[in-house]
Design a protein around this ligand. Sequence first.
Ligand SMILES: CC(C)(COP(=O)(O)OP(=O)(O)OC[C@H]1O[C@@H](n2cnc3c(N)ncnc32)[C@H](O)[C@@H]1OP(=O)(O)O)[C@@H](O)C(=O)NCCC(=O)NCCS
Length: 197
Amino acid sequence: MADDDTRPAMAPDYPVETERLLLRPIDPVGDIDAMHAYRSREDVCRYIPPVPVTREQLAATYADPERSRSVLTEAGQILALAIVLRETGRFVGDIILIWSKDHPSNGEVGYIVDPEHQGRGYATEAVRAVLALAFDGFGLHRVVGRIDARNPASGRVLTKAGMRQEAVLVENEWFKGEWGTEVDFAILEREWRAQRA
Ligand SMILES: CC(C)(COP(=O)(O)OP(=O)(O)OC[C@H]1O[C@@H](n2cnc3c(N)ncnc32)[C@H](O)[C@@H]1OP(=O)(O)O)[C@@H](O)C(=O)NCCC(=O)NCCS
């Protein structure tokens, strides 16, 4: 498919099920406490663009329906889903898929898992599910993940999800008070299919 935005909307059947997780739309009221538990933390926000926020700031942010979009209809939009445990319904993190405005056959994935629940493979499982949405359901050509070089756990997540490291952009960005080095990962639709075969 050419690099255009003529594909039909991405409107998954929710919840999206994985072995241990459900990905579902974010409840912009009911999920705020669970999100605030980790989005208020300096350590969680250290290597990602969001800054730690108060509960009120977070509630105000999610009052904007664009922040909890569960259907993609136009390039430039961002799908944002809750990651919850299948067994208990416990909210453990959130994940986004950015549909590139400039390159509508491309997407970018981003994710956060509450430190209380890290180290159990949940981020990897959620990224795999979002790649399936992007490629199987939506027909994207390429999905990238961009991480800070000082965030090896995130590099592991993308590698375990089947993405290749493509680039290291040395001190390309002034980020939270110091120069940050960006490491870019990517996977093409055909690579995704080959891995699943
Ligand atoms: C990055 C993050 C999402 C990982 O979540 P998670 O659910 O713990 O991820 P997984 O359990 O799927 O995988 C983590 C991997 O990183 C490894 N890891 C954890 N800390 C590490 C470290 N300091 N150095 C190297 N590897 C590390 C784990 O051992 C695991 O790899 P393994 O399965 O080979 O043992 C989580 O740490 C987080 O939310 N961080 C803050 C937000 C963030 O940085 N998001 C990434 C945006 S680019």
